[in-house]
Design a protein around this ligand. Structure first.
Ligand code: SF4
Length: 348
């Protein structure tokens, strides 16, 4: 009999499972504690479960649906992990040490799909095309494995690895909910960021369902035709409509929406700053700027002085900004570089 991944279970599903096995519902929180807080990799380690219960679980379930294939460590401390799924696909996750040390803020960047159908030009994942969605267990196990293999506990999660999270909406939301359980990882909703390339239906559903996580939207240009050249999603999901939606529906009580902006030589003029302010004039946004990373995308990164001038313009216009440092470029772990190297889109 094929075993199911146990990390696909929500708390209520785990309670039903234990009821079926003739156990009390509190076993569910014990299970989550073993799986996520203690992060064990075998049912045998769950010592407050009877021997009989442990062997029933072992017969029915699998703890890890992904296995480590390769690990690379960058000169800046960033760690990239390549995992193989049970059915032979490859996904990548990245552990980022914000100040380059293990004492600072630790973020795990996780994947939500094998490949991606969205076709962004600056992104190597796009070159793989879309293979399939990841299950909640495959999403959650990336965190378990990175924590176990690095020996470090992250406090931030970003859905910015391979894939478009809103194309795998249910599984991503289920995984995010499990990350937040107090008897599991217990990661605050404010420390979970879901990043979309701008799928309007997904954003609307997310707002309507009052999902509490941080929302980030990749913008990357201010001229629709130019944006469509690097992000085909613009054609059916115009940024002006995204701005209207945020203005109309995004609750005032929520954290600002982050607009991710990959800076190229041709998208950071004074006019770009002005258009940005105009399009999102009433939206509660903050801008996250990051310099274009190297790759075979045929696009030109900006110079330091061009970046400084753009930042100055935005500051004058009172747009809240952060300029993000790129991590892990030397091991192909930086933004836009995750490619599941086994698919032949190797780092250049
Ligand atoms: S940037 Fe994100 S949405 Fe665009 S192709 Fe890459 S993984 Fe997909």
């Amino acid at each position: 009999m094929k075993k199911s991944p146990i990390k696909n279970l929500s708390a209520s599903e785990a309670e039903s499972l234990f009821a079926e096995l003739g156990e009390k519902p509190y076993r569910a929180s014990q299970l989550f504690n073993w799986l996520y807080e203690k992060n064990v990799d075998s049912f045998d380690a769950m010592t407050n479960f009877s021997k009989n219960l442990r062997s029933r679980l072992e017969e029915l379930y699998l703890i890890s649906p992904i296995a480590l294939e390769e690990r690379a460590i960058s000169s800046d401390g960033t760690e990239k992990y390549l995992f193989r799924t049970v059915d032979g696909h490859f996904i990548e996750s990245v552990l980022i040490k914000r100040d380059g040390s293990e004492e600072g803020r630790l973020t795990i960047c996780i994947s939500s799909q094998v490949g991606c159908p969205m076709g962004c030009r600056f992104c190597r994942t796009a070159k793989i095309g879309f293979r399939r969605n990841l299950s909640p267990a495959e999403i959650l196990d990336q965190i378990c494995q990175v924590r176990r293999l690095s020996g470090l506990k992250n406090d931030n999660i970003v859905f910015m690895g391979m894939g478009e999270p809103f194309m795998n909406y249910e599984n991503v939301m289920k995984a995010a909910e499990i990350m937040n359980y107090s008897f599991g990882f217990h990661i605050s909703v404010r420390r979970i960021t879901i990043s979309t390339c701008g799928l309007i239906k997904g954003i609307e559903r997310y707002i309507d369902e009052k999902r509490p996580y941080n929302l980030a939207i990749s913008l990357n240009d201010t001229v629709p035709e130019k944006r469509a050249e690097v992000m085909p999603v613009e054609k059916a999901n115009p940024m002006t409509k995204i701005a209207e939606l945020l203005e109309r529906k995004f609750p005032i009580s929520r954290n600002r929406v982050t607009l991710e902006y990959v800076m190229r030589a041709d998208n950071i003029s004074r006019e770009d700053a002005g258009r940005l302010r105009k399009i999102f004039r009433r939206g509660r946004i903050k801008l996250n700027l990051i310099r274009l990373n190297r790759g075979d995308h045929g696009l030109t990164p900006p110079s330091e002085s061009e970046v400084a001038a753009f930042v100055r313009e935005l500051e004058i216009m009172n747009v809240p900004i952060t300029v993000r440092k790129s991590f892990g470029d030397d091991i192909g772990a930086a933004c836009g570089q995750l490619a599941g190297t086994r698919y032949g889109a190797a780092n250049s």
